[in-house]
Ligand binder design. Structure first.
Ligand code: FE2
Length: 404
């Protein structure tokens, strides 16, 4: 995030004395620089009442099942995520079920209740959480970020935060290894979003006020769950902090959480079919995030509005279908809440009858969020529970082979 923001009480000059003048002892605030890529990329300066590194205890946080299995034999997959919902809802952080994952990105899904999540910090990378349904707030050390359906909630690596759903919320969590950012081709050489970009700075919504926990709760030890990596893979640690981390009276800089609602993404359309990169929203290390949204479609008199068959040979493609009736997938069993995985090495495209059906269409009303990875994805533990075994054979219209 290259856009400077300033919230709350910060000193006129950085790295100088900044004191709490409401207290008799005029105690110093504790300045923390939170920065990326070894002090060589985006950063913010935060001013804490307490000491941000004051840990008084640590233990193991047993993560939800992180087991993965290879997509072998190689098959396209259809996973019905709505079947993962449980009565009463699950926790927004600890209740995530892992659907697909590789070294670069992990995709999980949860339908929450209304209880706040524990305090949480992802030390592996930025998180982009797509809100399929529901609303609430993400409380962070930078302040509160409200969320609603259609938001991509971007939480930078190691930001202490918690989810506070106002209503049950369906969350599709894309957990990066490293950072996510707008595609470079949308940016000026100084980082401004260019005129041809499908969204602009006005569409990004960060915190606007500090979030301070007051009273006895502010001075009591509190647990923060930290997701991190070891040679054993993704693991969790519970840190007990001496005081509550929501003690930042002000901050400024270019690193902070924000939301971008897909409604504000302006689809790029053309006379003939436009390739998936026009739908790109964000990019991470070895993966991209795209949004396919309601739009006018191709206006050549002989246009074929649905995609051609494509072998995107370097990518595994993950589509999450969130709105409308996806034209190209008609007849495949794909519906709302479905995820399709089309792995590299496998040509895919519309159901044959969907091509004829699309001719003459002037607009599509569908919505989907896509993650394309440049390394093969493996199936998370949740995938087996919601796998549609018939999907791989739907283009051929053939019989379903027996299990095994
Ligand atoms: Fe595709």
């Amino acid at each position: 995030m290259a856009y400077y923001s300033r919230v709350g009480d910060v000193p006129r000059t950085r790295h100088t004395q900044h004191r709490d003048t409401s207290r008799e002892d005029r105690r110093l605030y504790r300045e923390e620089l939170m920065g990326e890529e070894g002090f060589s990329s985006d950063s913010s300066l935060l001013y804490h009442r307490g000491v941000p590194s004051a840990v008084v205890d640590a233990g193991t946080w047993e993560l939800p099942d992180q087991a993965r299995r290879p997509n072998h034999p190689l098959l396209p997959r259809h996973l019905r995520l709505h079947d993962l919902a449980v009565p009463g809802g699950a926790d927004a952080v600890t209740g995530r079920r892992q659907v697909l994952a590789n070294h670069d990105v992990r995709i999980g899904y949860v339908v929450t209740g209304t209880d706040p999540s524990p305090l949480y910090r992802d030390a592996i990378g930025d998180e982009v959480v797509f809100v399929e349904a529901g609303s609430g707030a993400v409380e962070t050390v930078f302040g509160t970020v409200p969320y609603r359906a259609g938001d991509l909630v971007v939480v930078p690596r190691a930001t202490t935060h918690r989810w506070v759903p106002a209503e049950p919320s369906s969350l599709y969590a894309i957990e990066a290894t490293g950072h996510v950012a707008p595609p470079k081709r949308y940016l000026s050489r100084y980082g401004q979003l260019l005129e041809h970009a499908p969204y602009c700075e006005r569409d990004l919504h960060g915190p606007t006020a500090p979030l301070l926990v007051e009273g006895p709760q502010a001075e009591e030890p509190v647990d923060v769950l930290v997701k991190h990596r070891t040679s054993a893979g993704v693991v969790g640690t519970r840190h007990t902090l001496a005081t509550h981390p929501f003690d930042v009276v002000g901050w400024d800089g270019c690193l902070y959480p924000y939301t971008l609602n897909v409604e504000d993404f302006m689809p790029i359309t053309g006379k003939v079919h436009q390739p998936p990169p026009v739908h790109q929203v964000l990019e991470g290390w070895n993966f991209v995030i795209c949004a396919f949204l309601p739009r006018k479609v191709d206006y050549h008199p002989l246009a074929v509005p649905v995609p051609y068959y494509h072998s995107n040979v370097d990518s595994d493609e993950v589509m999450f279908y969130v709105g409308g009736d996806y034209e190209a997938r008609k007849g495949s069993g794909i519906g709302l809440g479905s995820v399709s995985l089309h792995p590299g090495g496998f040509p895919h495209g519309p159901q044959p009858e969907a091509i004829e059906g699309s001719l003459g269409a002037t607009e599509f009303h569908e919505s989907a969020v896509m993650v394309d990875t440049f390394a093969p994805l493996e199936l998370g533990e949740a995938a087996a529970d919601v796998d549609d075994p018939a999907y791989a054979w739907t283009w051929a219209g053939g019989p379903v082979p027996p299990p095994g």
